[in-house]
Design a protein around this ligand. Structure first.
Ligand code: ADP
Length: 645
């Protein structure tokens, strides 16, 4: 029989398993049982609509057999089985689920064998204890069974094989490695070890796990005692029994399940290697009865930000998994949540269309959304550090939640948002911002730009900062859209520091500025004209203190939005009309600055020089706003001409 090679990354993983010094080798049993349970889930699901399966719920089972003489441990299931192709695809390649992450982590810390324990590395873990693994499987609907054999990283072989049992399913025979000085593999043949392992890791598995259990009973002997009664003695015998309690973790009373239990369950079930940030448990009785066990992850899965990510909760009804990813139970803005919902009210052949019309489901979905919100708020209030870690990963999702619904979800989400504060120099909530506002402060100020460092130096923020007001720095593309969708928070309006009216100047100040602008109208118009339509207007600015000028935008589109639209334009097939996404630039000048006096002087004596000044000031404004110069060469020549003649 020809030997086939494993794919290279599988071989690497296998090598790791075979030579593992990992101390929790025992997890191999959990992995194999969980695969068996999944296979039964699948067949059970098929049996709901397909009579040909010929099994009822009570027929499904997993069996563990230990043979001390042959040193084999066998795990048998009557689940869906694997076809020849599936044996190749599933066991010839590294498990898809955790694999990418696994590979990544391996590159980061190749020496760290402990990571084995943190992944659902699945089937391959058998090689930590096995010198040879034989998988015999018959897939549902197939007449022929196949046998897959491997002694580890050298490769594997597959051949047709008569499976002695009726029906479909899989037997996995593990030939244990010989005992060594450090490792006692024989213990996996001991009844009490196996019993304990099942209790420890697989007690919640829904399907019965059968095993031979040794018992004692009293039997009569032929000997007779002084009273003439037959003497009794104890005799051992074995009986096959179900050894797991079969109550899934989400069905157990809260008092019985620790947070660690939940975290372990989460990692195993959802292929994460990091404990979840929070666990939400719901047990609802009444109009609709359901139980839910939900998890807010601490890290994004490798595919979270890709199309591959499957959003949704797993649905169970009466112990049977009926849907793997039910997206309708989870609002889009909480799509990072993973978990399980079980209700006796779910119908077994539930379909997507039905979900949308099902009232009970809507009630459950609303309730789940509220609970997740409450949990996040609690985290924010009680464990800021943890919340910040969460927010750094999934905050963007909450922001999309605000913009996507045109603000429909703002009440749900706005108090979960955080932005960088100019004063606190860290993320703060909007609630905090409003609380910190001095009484006379009218608006919530924000500035949008590329980085905190840039925004911290923005000239137009001088006036606001001088007043002692806090500014929110928006550094993500979506931020400004979020603010615009919100419009206000706790009745305080948002105001960009680029806005003409920052609500700081008194009526007198405004009048004075107006007067100054009228006085300098000719000059300001000249500046505008010198810039060949690059700006919509030149104005005098009340915002500037020490800086000569700054760039602002008129109308609906800000400079940041213009940048965003530009990047969108590249991504969109038919694009948007150019002028729809262009910011109307305004050059604001500081009338108190020496530059303005120089400009004014040149305007009356040397128009050509004045035009050069205007261009330089515009260039300066672009640079401080983080907008690239249109023609850096021209700017440089201008500077040379003015400075060095
Ligand atoms: P994972 O369970 O993480 O997907 P595994 O390496 O444990 O990865 O298993 C790979 C695949 O092999 C499973 O997804 C499943 O399709 C298949 N498989 C493993 N064990 C069984 C089994 N007992 N019955 C049917 N299919 C199985």
């Amino acid at each position: 029989m020809a030997k086939k090679q494993f794919k290279s990354e599988s071989k690497r993983l296998l090598d790791l398993m075979v030579n593992s010094i990992y101390t929790h080798k025992e997890i191999f049993l959990r992995e194999l049982i969980s695969n068996a349970s999944d296979a039964i889930d699948k067949l059970c699901y098929i049996s709901l609509t397909d009579d040909k399966v010929g099994l009822t719920r009570d027929d499904f089972k997993i069996t563990i057999e230990a043979d001390k003489e042959k040193r084999t441990l066998t795990i048998i299931d009557n689940g869906v089985g694997m076809t020849l192709k599936e044996l190749e695809a599933n066991l010839g390649v590294i498990a898809k689920s955790g694999s990418l992450q696994f590979k990544k982590d391996m590159q980061d810390k190749p020496e760290d064998i402990d990571i084995i324990g943190q992944f659902g590395v699945g089937f391959y873990s058998a090689f930590m204890v096995a010198s040879r693994v034989t998988v015999t499987s018959r897939a549902y609907g197939e007449d022929i069974a196949y046998r897959w054999i491997s002694e580890g990283s050298e490769g594997y072989s597959i051949e047709e094989y008569p499976r002695s049992k009726e029906g479909c399913g899989t037997d996995i025979v593990i030939e244990l490695k010989p005992d060594s000085d450090d490792e006692n593999y024989s213990e996996y043949l001991e009844e009490h070890t196996l019993h304990n392992l099942v209790k420890k890791y697989s007690d919640y598995v829904r399907w019965p796990i059968y095993m031979d259990v040794t018992k004692s009973r009293q039997v009569e002997t032929d000997e007779v005692d002084t009273d003439g009664n037959k003497k009794k003695t104890w005799e051992d015998y074995t009986e096959i029994e179900v050894i797991n309690s079969r109550i899934p973790i989400w069905q157990r009373p809260k008092s019985e399940v620790t947070d660690e239990d939940c975290a372990e369950f989460y990692k195993e079930k959802f292929f994460d290697h990091t404990d979840p940030t929070a666990v939400v448990r719901i047990s609802a009785e009444g109009l609709v009865s359901y139980k839910a066990l939900l998890f807010i992850p601490a890290v994004a899965s490798y595919d979270y930000f890709t199309r591959e990510y499957k959003v949704g909760l797993q649905l169970y009804s009466a112990g049977i998994m009926i849907m793997d990813h039910c997206a309708d139970l989870l609002p889009e803005h909480f799509r990072f949540v993973r978990g399980i919902v079980e209700s006796p009210d779910f119908s077994l052949n539930i379909s997507r269309e039905m979900l949308q019309h099902d009232r009970q489901l809507k009630v459950i979905a609303t309730n789940i959304e509220k609970k997740i919100k409450a949990e996040l708020k609690k985290l924010l209030d009680e464990n800021l550090e943890k919340y910040e870690t969460f927010y750094k990963v999934f905050g963007i999702q909450l922001k999309y939640g605000i913009t996507n619904g045109f603000g429909a979800n703002k009440d749900m989400l706005s108090d979960l948002l955080m932005f960088y504060s100019s004063k606190a120099q860290k993320l703060i909530t909007l609630t905090e911002y409003v609380k910190n506002m001095p009484e006379e402060q009218k608006y919530i100020y924000y500035a949008a730009g590329e980085s905190v460092a840039l925004l911290d130096k923005l000239p137009q923020a001088e006036q606001v900062r001088d007043k002692g007001y806090e500014i929110l720095y928006l550094t993500e593309e979506i931020d400004e859209f979020v603010i615009r969708t919100l419009r206000n928070f706790e009745e305080k309006e948002f105001r960009s520091i680029n806005d003409e009216d920052l609500g700081i100047d008194s009526e007198e100040d405004k009048k004075e500025l107006e007067q100054q602008e009228t006085d300098n109208k000719e000059l300001l118009d000249f500046v505008k004209d010198s810039l060949d339509g690059k700006i919509a207007a030149a104005k005098l600015s009340p915002k500037l203190k020490s800086h000569p000028c700054c760039l602002a935008a008129q109308g609906e589109i800000s400079l940041e939005m213009e940048k965003y639209f530009k990047s969108m334009q590249g991504r969109m097939a038919d694009g948007m009309p150019e002028d729809m996404m262009k910011a109307q630039r305004v050059l604001e000048l500081n009338a108190e600055h020496t530059s303005f006096k120089a400009l004014k002087e040149a305007f009356s004596s040397d128009k050509d020089k004045a035009a050069k000044y205007a261009k330089v000031l515009y260039g300066q404004a672009l640079l401080t706003a983080g907008v690239p110069l249109e023609d850096p060469n021209e700017f440089s020549e201008l500077l040379s001409a003015l400075l060095f003649g």
